[in-house]
Design a protein around this ligand. Structure first.
Ligand SMILES: [Zn+2]
Ligand SMILES: [Zn+2]
Length: 184
């Protein structure tokens, strides 16, 4: 099992600020069942453990400061009922400068009927390397795919049996994507 560096963030190159926090926070901004939350947390933990990322996952309730901030960011990034995900990340990064609680990797579960995504490829949500995942579903493949982006796989994979293909046809990574995650 590879030993990752814990002191300067775990990634060897192209570091993002959220990695220095060594934690991922899951929150909900619309009603999410406890079983959905448990599913998401267990998918994230499985992924972190498998690739030895020294990162913890915490759950913040919907009435937390973090959930409130994310709800507001999504509200001001919605135009005509459609969410502009680039604007969500830009606004989050502005607030991170003054609000330390937003500097972790943030995973937000949204209600798919409440939040429409502008990007037609965002079937299950979005994942950004810069520490943001928005999930429309709690399915293991979707969580693994979007977390795969946040942990460092920036582009989609062409392999028809890989979870990093854009429509997540599988729940596992192909050999190439596995190697990418191992070598971050
Ligand atoms: Zn994707
Ligand atoms: Zn792949």
């Amino acid at each position: 099992m590879p030993i990752r560096r814990k002191y300067e963030g775990w990634r060897l190159q192209e570091r993002h600020k959220w990695e220095k926090e060594n934690r991922i926070v899951l929150t909900e901004i619309s009603a999410v069942s406890d079983s959905e939350k448990r599913l998401i947390v267990s998918s994230i933990r499985k992924l972190l453990k498998r690739f030895s990322f020294p990162v913890d996952v915490e759950v913040e309730p919907s009435d937390s400061h973090l959930a409130g901030s994310m709800r507001e960011i999504l509200r001001i990034s919605s135009f005509g009922g459609v969410l502009d995900t680039d604007s969500v990340l830009a606004e989050l990064n502005v607030r991170r400068k003054v609000d330390a609680s937003l500097r972790a990797g943030i995973v937000v579960k949204v209600c798919p009927s409440e939040y429409k995504f502008g990007d037609p490829l965002a079937i299950y949500g979005i994942g950004e390397e810069d520490g943001l995942v928005l999930l429309r579903t709690a399915h293991d493949e979707a969580v693994t795919h979007e977390l795969g982006h946040m942990l460092g796989i920036s582009s989609h994979c062409d392999n028809p049996n890989c979870v990093m293909r854009y429509e997540c046809p599988s729940d596992d990574f192909c050999k190439d994507c596995t190697a990418k995650l191992r070598n971050l």
